[in-house]
Ligand binder design. Structure first.
Ligand SMILES: C[S@@+](CC[C@H](N)C(=O)[O-])C[C@H]1O[C@@H](n2cnc3c(N)ncnc32)[C@H](O)[C@@H]1O
Length: 272
């Protein structure tokens, strides 16, 4: 596998520029479930300075502001920054790359990245950057999905592609999507970046989507890499994948919705 960080970054950026509304609609009620554990992991309290990295629609930043912190959110997508600013007036959001933050050293008491690390071509750089912008004693936490065996939304789409499609399509090569779904890899990443006392804890989350094509639509319209994988399939194949996904979600039906288990890991460390 040849990693192409610049091509991968451009692919991700183009994707995120397109989908703020779709992401907010499909993922908002899911990724917000990790916010309280993330903010608890960095021990966020009133009057602390806090950076939300890869802030997307600004969910973490908004809750941090409610806790009384002084907050900044950064995201490399101008469309996401605009959406976050509209959703949370009074919270500051700025364009910025997690791998090269446009911020000085030792400015923040705490920082977090909610489901951002798996979208980065060079996540090690982002961990170093999170370390750099923290004050001594400051804490950083990030969340990632648990492995696809447990995150049923991913299990279903990946199995459907494996059964009916071509899983090895030509997309810019990035790091494995589930690399940090392993608690040892989370701890190792934090330690290599210079953080101390890493902790990794699992949180239960549930993804409620419309029954039928809700999962297929969410994956097609509100993701970047998975959507790329789906869009690269031939129309006849895509129909089979869609039918397979419809059938697989039925088991999780609750009335007009499906409720899919989507647990996450919260990894945290302290800057010495
Ligand atoms: C899965 S969304 C997470 C959004 C948000 N943190 C949440 O709680 O739902 C990933 C976000 O990471 C951003 N992103 C991806 N690569 C980035 C990078 N290199 N620098 C900054 N933001 C990035 C995307 O624009 C997107 O808003």
């Amino acid at each position: 596998m040849i990693l192409e960080p610049e091509k991968f970054r451009s692919f991700e950026l183009a994707g995120w520029q397109e989908i703020p509304a779709g992401y907010h609609q499909a993922f908002g009620a899911l990724t917000t479930q990790a916010i309280e554990p993330l903010l608890d992991a960095v021990r966020l309290k009133k009057a602390m300075s806090f950076l939300d990295i890869a802030s997307g629609p600004g969910y973490v930043a908004a809750v941090a502001a409610k806790r009384g912190a002084t907050v900044l959110g950064v995201d490399f997508s101008t469309a996401m920054v605009a959406q976050a600013s509209n959703l949370h007036t009074g919270v500051e959001f700025r364009e910025g790359d997690a791998e090269k933050l446009p911020l000085g050293n030792a400015l923040f008491d705490a920082a977090a990245m909610n489901f951002g690390i798996l979208h980065l071509g060079q996540p090690e750089l982002a961990l170093l950057e999170a370390q750099r912008i923290l004050r001594s004693g400051g804490r950083f936490a990030f969340s990632v999905w648990a492995k696809p065996e447990e995150t049923i939304g991913f299990a279903i789409v990946l199995r459907a592609v494996e059964l009916h499609g071509e899983p090895r399509v030509e997309l810019p090569e990035g790091p494995p999507f589930f690399r940090y779904s392993d608690p040892d890899e989370c701890s190792r990443g934090l330690l290599v970046a210079g953080f101390e006392s890493p902790t990794v804890t699992k949180v239960a989350q549930t993804w409620r989507l419309p029954a039928g094509d809700g999962l297929f639509n969410a994956m097609t319209n509100s993701t970047v890499r998975t959507a790329g994988l789906l869009r690269a399939q031939k129309p006849t194949v895509l129909k089979k994948i869609r039918d397979e996904m419809r059938a697989s979600v039925e088991k999780y039906a609750k009335g007009d919705s499906v409720e899919l288990p989507m647990p996450a890991w919260i990894a945290a460390g302290v800057k010495a």
